[in-house]
Design a protein around this ligand. Structure first.
Ligand code: AOS
Ligand code: ZN
Ligand code: ZN
Ligand code: ZN
Length: 424
């Protein structure tokens, strides 16, 4: 369900004069506009297949209709987002929710939309129909070797699917842990998990990475076997050069300084990827930038600083993915908002005067340091983000065009009202 090109052109033409005025103003204020536009245009965010349908909670789910019924339709939805914002050029799949029946065909559908396959996600947090062993008491940590073996084999299967599609990374998120003191021997759980990860690591193709995602709590509420960045880094270091930590913004204990974690993981060369979202309480998976936009900016500030220090490519050297899911918004509108929030924070981070910031730090000039950061954060960079989108062939206001084109209503007509995207 793509929007016809002339509609995008009409939309842009109608907004052009206003956009020009706003753009010229900001371009006059900052010296490095051309470079920023290039960087913004190159920056692509991976969309998770499971965010294309209404998420819901354990209390219920209120489907909105028109949700993708197949992997092809999920790819089409991401293709539509990418058409609108030109910044959603990748999709992150989840196995078994997205098992491709015909990989060559799926690859071709993605290519038609200009999409690549970002990290593949395995699932050992649910039991699937017909599965021999249950993950009720964990997967890679499990006391029974047969359960661990089943989980390892599943991950290797996920790598195989990813290879067929041209993905180059595996994200392992484990729900392993315990709900009550005494339930688990922490050392045994760690060692079992490490052994399993080592077997999975051994199955990675040369050009692949594995991302070890950590999470403080949920569904286990006493201990989590990959519970924080220390544990994730421990696994990644023990596994080897192809293993990295993955930071999901919602996976920290309250008030954790995520930007500092990001800085140190980058410094160690062990930051592999991101799951962007926002939260008030825990793993809320809310729209990126909806609750703590300053935190998001501070994270991007560390990302730009740390990646530049290591000579990394901003777009290709980390896996930038969204991980969101909720009950009350049209998922596609939500994703447009999330990608926009990411682009805004990235653009603001590119504005930071790093020489001046370093000088202020060396002088212990705390006030100036804060001024420099907040000067960037308080700059309205939306015209820059829109200009980059425009240059790439996208829409000046993706959300407005999505609404005026009545995309959701058309999807409902096409796919029906009672649709159920596979997944959580
Ligand atoms: C779970 O809390 C993690 O954030 C996972 O990354 C993700 O939500 C899951 O793999 C989706 O199935
Ligand atoms: Zn996640
Ligand atoms: Zn999560
Ligand atoms: Zn989350």
């Amino acid at each position: 369900m793509l929007i016809e090109k002339y509609k995008i052109a009409e939309h842009n033409d109608a907004l052009m004069a206003t956009h020009r005025r706003a753009f010229d103003y900001i371009a006059g204020e900052i010296p490095q506009t051309t470079e920023i536009l290039q960087r913004l245009a190159a920056f692509q965010v991976g969309i998770p297949s499971w965010a294309l349908g209404t998420g819901g909670t354990r209390f219920g789910r209120f489907p909105g209709g028109g949700e993708p019924r197949s992997l092809e339709e999920k790819i089409e939805d991401v293709g539509l987002l990418h058409q609108l914002n030109q910044s959603s050029g990748a999709i992150s799949l989840h196995i078994p929710w997205d098992v491709p029946s015909n990989a060559a065909h799926i690859k071709a559908v993605a290519a038609q939309h200009g999409l690549r396959f970002d990290a593949m996600n395995s699932n050992t947090f649910q039991d699937q129909p017909g599965q021999q062993h249950s993950y009720k008491f964990g997967s890679l940590q499990h006391v029974n070797k047969a359960v661990r073996k089943q989980a390892v084999e599943h991950n290797i299967e996920v790598i195989r699917h990813g290879v067929e599609l041209g993905s180059e990374a595996l994200t392992v998120w484990l729900s392993d842990g315990s709900c009550f003191p005494g339930q688990l021997n922490f050392r045994h759980a760690f060692q079992n998990t490490l052994e399993g990860l080592q077997e999975i690591y051994a199955a990675l193709p040369d050009n692949w990475k594995v991302f070890v995602e950590y999470k403080a709590a949920e569904p286990n509420f006493y201990s989590t076997t990959v519970g924080d960045w220390g544990q994730s880094l421990l696994y990644a270091n023990k596994l080897g050069p192809k293993a990295y930590s993955l930071v999901d913004l919602g996976h920290h204990l309250p008030n954790a300084n995520i930007e500092q974690i990001v800085s140190l993981l980058l410094m160690e060369g062990k930051l592999g990827g991101f799951h962007f979202n926002d939260s008030k309480f825990g793993d809320d998976d809310l729209t990126v930038g909806s609750i703590k936009p300053y935190q998001l900016f501070l994270i991007f500030n560390e990302l730009v600083d740390g990646m530049d220090a290591r000579g990394m490519n901003h777009n290709t050297d980390l896996g930038w993915m969204i991980d969101a899911s909720h009950n009350v918004k049209d998922p596609l509108e939500d994703l447009l908002q999330s990608v926009e929030a990411i682009m805004i924070s990235y653009a603001q981070a590119l504005l930071v005067d790093r020489k001046k910031l370093l000088a202020a730090q060396q002088d212990n000039d705390v006030v100036t340091a804060q001024e420099i950061l907040q000067q960037a954060f308080r700059t309205d960079v939306r015209p820059l983000v829109a200009a980059a989108r425009l240059q790439a062939g996208g829409a000046l206001q993706p959300l407005a065009l999505y609404r005026s084109e009545k995309v959701r209503a058309n999807l409902v007509q096409q796919r029906g009202l009672k649709t159920m995207a596979t997944g959580l």
